[in-house]
Design a protein around this ligand. Structure first.
Ligand code: HEC
Ligand code: HEC
Length: 380
């Protein structure tokens, strides 16, 4: 027996980068504040899988798929042998481990792609912003979560497998994924470290990180909302949401006393009522002529909550009883639910003063999108 190199450096880098990325992405998945970090590691994992597939074709001996191309039957047979405590030792990947690797690669792609579409719909950010409807986005979000849970279970299984194998064959497998070496019988294939490829990988990942965290996360969001640069501190993915349909007449007539409330915030029946009862609009008379009323109602109808143009639209539509026609957005169950935890002191802050001053907290209120990423609570 002699100690030889089994895992080249790129394979080890891939392994540990994927492991760390998965852990960080999992830990940052619940909070909007960490979305920028979460998405970075998601893209990194997709990039790593692309590399691994390539390396499985052109990499060194034990990294090649041809060296661990086992079928599901081999995987089950080997698992049974392990459970009985007398499985043959493999210098490269064993059949059960190989199955876990192929499944993990597939699941990573599934998690990454569904995440990409979730980001594009739920958050209206990233390259897929605006590609799909909000309802499709919700399906992708559920799939994203289900695949991620599947991946977690597989990772747990993989770690258990490594521990069991290490005990069974009295060798520390986790350590050999760090050092790359294993004890092998004379004549076993040993591989080259492939240092240059590993350095290239590090340079690529490093540049991606620098670009992401110093540029991609910061530049566009402030410009988009016309706020002074440096005014938005929370790291989030660039907000490139689709522009919603606009109408100059509506903006002028319905935006003179308060911000123009975007049509998607109420259903058609509410807007019809608003215009029908315009002579007693919250204590004022809007006094619109017939032509203007018709034109504004047409725009409000075409983009009302039922059209599901935004996540808020979809949820407000679903939160209302079929014939409820509230005149206030702030009286819809969805709005009340979303704002019930805001402390009184915040409502009384000089910058807010009224619930209807949506613009005080939602940077994108004038655009009508009401995305999480554009919400900032003013200090009381
Ligand atoms: C002359 C001033 C004025 C104009 C013009 C005006 N509104 Fe209002 N609107 C008000 C006032 C006042 C309120 C009550 C604000 C409050 O409670 O803070 C209100 C409230 C609303 C609300 C309820 C907000 C909420 O959820 O509590 C909606 C919806 C609304 N207006 C829609 C419209 C539409 C649509 C138009 C254009 C057709 C329009 N408004 C034009 C004065 C106006
Ligand atoms: C005092 C600040 C404040 C004001 C004013 C305010 N909101 Fe909000 N809004 C919030 C907060 C905080 C949330 C919760 C965000 C979350 O759940 O992550 C929220 C959530 C929302 C959501 C859900 C967004 C999502 O994707 O979770 C919508 C839609 C919304 N607000 C619409 C409005 C509208 C319309 C108005 C004006 C009529 C308004 N808000 C006024 C602070 C405010």
């Amino acid at each position: 027996m002699q100690r030889i190199l089994i895992w080249d450096i790129p394979t080890r880098l891939f392994h540990w980068t994927l492991a760390v990325s998965f852990a960080v992405a999992w830990l940052t998945s619940e909070s909007d504040e960490w979305l920028g970090v979460h998405v970075f590691f998601g893209y990194l994992m997709l990039g790593m899988v692309a590399f691994r597939v390539l390396w499985g074709l052109v990499g060194t001996h034990y990294a090649r798929f041809s060296s661990f191309w086992f079928g599901p039957n081999d995987a089950l047979t080997y698992l049974r042998q392990v459970m009985k405590g007398h499985a043959a030792r493999h210098i490269g990947h064993n059949p059960t481990g190989s199955a876990a690797i192929y499944l993990l690669l597939l699941l990573t792609v599934a998690v990454g792609l569904t995440g990409f579409f979730t980001l594009g719909t739920e958050e209206q950010q990233g390259a897929a912003a605006g590609w799909l409807s909000i309802a499709q986005g919700r399906t992708f979000k559920k799939l994203h979560e289900a695949f991620a849970i599947g991946m977690l279970l597989l990772v747990i299984g993989h770690i258990a497998g490594v521990v069991i194998e290490s005990v069974l064959h009295k060798e520390n497998l986790a350590r050999s994924m760090v050092t790359g070496t294993k004890l092998a019988p004379n004549g076993a294939v040993s591989v080259k470290p492939r240092t240059l490829i590993a350095v290239l990988m590090l340079i690529l990942v490093g540049s991606f990180g620098v670009w992401w965290f110093s540029y991609a996360l910061h530049a566009p969001i402030e410009k988009q909302f016309g706020r002074p640069s440096g005014s938005i501190s929370r790291a989030s993915v660039p907000f490139v949401g689709t522009k919603l349909p606009d109408n100059a007449q509506w903006r002028e007539e319905c935006g003179s006393c308060h911000i123009p409330f975007y049509p998607a915030l109420l259903p058609v029946r509410s807007w019809a009522r608003t215009l029908a009862e315009q002579d007693k609009h919250f204590g004022t008379d809007l006094g619109l002529d017939a032509g203007t009323s018709v034109a504004i109602l047409a725009f409000l109808t075409a983009n009302a909550a039922e059209r599901h143009l935004t996540e808020a639209g979809l949820k407000i539509d679903r939160s209302l009883a079929p014939n409820a026609a509230p005149l206030r957005i702030t009286e819809t169950p969805y709005w009340i639910k979303k704002h019930r935890e805001i402390p009184n002191a915040t409502w009384l802050a000089p910058k807010v003063k009224s619930k209807t001053n949506c613009d005080a907290c939602h940077l994108d209120a004038m655009q009508g999108t009401y995305e999480d990423a554009a919400m900032r609570l003013p200090k009381p």
